[in-house]
Design a protein around this ligand. Structure first.
Ligand code: PBG
Ligand code: ZN
Length: 325
């Protein structure tokens, strides 16, 4: 039917009509808050490139999780920054490291929120890469799986209910799933970063996590941002290996991959609105160019519209509060 019979503006006339036909919604419980926890701090340490985001102490992280839960946020994703890093990243499976301690405390003290942890080695290695290196600085795949598995079991034992493997080693979902099962953690949810691009949007995060690679870059394990078919192949493979959800990362610059992943696999899709996406909105708002509340909300709605069920975002608490009214 064509104009003048069809007048799409009829459905846009009043707020009630617009609400009635609104296709996409955003609920606080669909949001996950990434949080940084530093070892050996007296108090919160601001992250310059991410205004409003800090490196918490363990106690601060528990308090922040409590506030996130009160705002209705669905979960947290914990990143740990240890004082001492080594070649293997052994802090990742230290039961007394900050992520493990915070997981235990949040599980014990905060209700109604899912405790998750990033699963990777780069915050714990002295070279800043996501896996073990050989003598030539090449990131070794299979030996890294063993270390990731240890970290996963330690995190699960500490109470993490969801693990977010972000390392991009081949076969990690299967290896981690086997290790979790063998240790009696069959119910731990694995959110595989399958479409994780070697993105420049991670810049501010590397300041936050102190995980800038000491040499080289991550292009031998993260995906070329020019590729999409590859992300779909990897997503299918990760589902076969035991992933419960697939994560696309970054989110806004890869909305096509959110949509394609959603259509290719029948597990829920998550998307990570990463540090650079956050910082750019913050900077634009601070300069007075865009409205932070409106643009952050629209960016998250777009990610939902593309097909994400779950969104990790540093705006989680602010947006959740606004959604609660
Ligand atoms: C590392 C990791 C990164 C992010 C999450 N996990 C950075 C990287 O791969 O270099 C980025 C998150 C963000 O930018 O907010 N495994
Ligand atoms: Zn990493």
């Amino acid at each position: 039917m064509a104009f003048p019979r069809s007048r799409p503006r009829r459905l846009r006339r009043t707020p009630a009509l617009r609400a009635m036909v609104r296709e996409t919604s955003l609920r606080p419980e669909q949001l996950v808050l990434p949080m940084f926890i530093g070892e050996g701090q007296d108090g919160p340490v601001p992250i310059e490139a991410m205004p409003g985001v800090v490196r918490h102490t363990v106690d601060g992280a528990v308090q922040a999780a409590r506030e996130a839960a009160a705002a209705g946020v669905g979960g947290v994703m914990l990143f740990g920054i240890p004082l001492h890093k080594d070649h293997e990243g052994s802090g990742a499976w230290d039961d007394d490291q900050v992520v493990q301690r915070a997981s235990r405390e949040i599980r014990a003290q905060v209700d109604g929120l899912t405790v998750g942890a990033d699963l990777c080695l780069c915050e714990y290695t002295d070279h800043g890469h996501c896996g073990l290196l050989d003598d030539h600085g090449h990131v070794l795949n299979d030996p890294s799986l063993e270390l990731l598995s240890r970290a996963a079991v330690s995190q699960a034992a500490a109470g993490a209910e969801v693990l977010y493997p972000s390392d991009m080693m081949d076969g990690r979902i299967g290896a981690v799933r086997d290790a979790l099962d063998a240790a009696g953690h069959q119910d731990v949810v694995l959110v595989a970063h399958s479409g994780k691009l070697a993105s420049s949007y991670y810049g501010p995060f590397r300041e936050a996590a102190g995980s800038t690679p000491a040499f080289g870059d991550r292009r031998s394990y993260q995906m070329d941002p020019a590729n999409g078919d590859e992300a779909i192949r990897e997503a299918r493979q990760d589902v076969e290996e035991g992933a419960d959800m697939i994560m696309v990362k970054p989110a806004g610059p890869a909305l096509d991959l959110v949509r394609r992943t959603r259509e290719a696999v029948d597990v829920p899709v998550a998307a990570y609105q990463v540090s650079g996406e956050y910082s750019m909105i913050k900077a634009g708002a601070a300069a007075g160019y865009v409205d932070e509340a409106l643009v952050s909300m629209e960016s998250l709605l777009a990610i939902r519209r593309a097909g994400a069920s779950v969104i990790a975002t540093y705006f989680a608490v602010d947006v959740a509060r606004r959604l609660q009214g």
